[in-house]
Ligand binder design. Structure first.
Ligand code: SAH
Length: 226
């Protein structure tokens, strides 16, 4: 009985910090995420503040969760993997397509100089912006619109991440990537199943690497699903 009372009295943030440590431990031991900077920021960003209130207790589960407008906050492993594959440096300017909850945005903004993030659903863009402001992220710019067109005025980018699945690689994003820059995105002809692809822009061309199967919500726009 006493123990129960103690556990109820314990501040929530402390309990979440413990769950966060377990998540990071799992990312290392089970998923072999190795980049220490990625692991450090995933230990810092309070994921529970990016999920709907009713799902707070599930924030650190090893899966995606529903957010507003029928969209999802990506599984922690996918966030860690995509971030690790981008090899973000502190001076990087990053373009993100699919802000969603803003969780991936927060992870990127903790590692890079600035993050430009585009979300097509107005409600999600507004909520993510408020959330990131209240957490003190000043190096994030969010816009509502079709991210498959990229963000020309801020291009070129050192890194680009797309967090929704597309049948093809959006052409404007390729042209907005710096030489030497990397882009990570899920590509596939099925709406619910894709391959995780990393593209590196070289002096003359692009190289492509496949990092396996994944499942994202569809990227809807001019250069994605219609
Ligand atoms: N990284 C987010 C993932 C959200 S799911 C998170 O972890 O919370 C993918 C998001 O992409 C959805 O919010 C969806 O509305 C958005 N999206 C889909 N097509 C888009 C497009 N063309 N431009 C911008 N955002 C898009």
């Amino acid at each position: 009985m006493k123990e129960k009372i103690f556990s109820q009295d314990k501040p929530q943030s402390e309990e979440f910090a413990i769950l966060r440590s377990k998540m990071v431990e799992h990312l290392m031991s089970h998923y072999h995420i190795q980049d220490e900077r990625v692991l450090r920021v995933m230990q810092q960003v309070p994921r529970e503040l990016f999920v709907p209130e009713a799902l707070k207790s599930q924030a650190y589960k090893d899966n995606a969760l529903p957010i507003a407008a029928g969209q999802t906050i990506s599984q922690p492993y996918i966030v860690a993997k995509m971030t690790e594959l981008l090899q973000i440096e502190p001076n990087y300017r990053v373009l993100e397509i699919g802000t969603g909850s803003g969780y991936q945005t927060a992870i990127l903004a903790s590692l890079a100089r600035s993050v430009y993030s585009i979300e097509r659903v107005p409600q999600l863009a507004e909520e993510a912006e408020k959330r990131l402001r209240s957490l003190g992220f000043l190096n994030v710019v969010i816009r509502c619109g079709d991210g498959t067109l990229g963000w020309e005025i801020y291009a070129p980018f050192d890194a680009i991440i797309v967090t929704a699945g597309s049948p093809k690689i959006p052409e404007p994003l390729l042209s907005q990537l710096k030489i030497g820059g990397k882009m990570i995105l899920p590509v596939g002809f099925e709406k619910q199943a894709q391959r995780l692809i990393r593209i590196t822009r070289t002096q003359v061309d692009f190289t492509y690497e496949d990092f396996g199967a994944c499942a994202f919500v569809p990227l809807i726009g001019e250069h994605g699903w219609k």
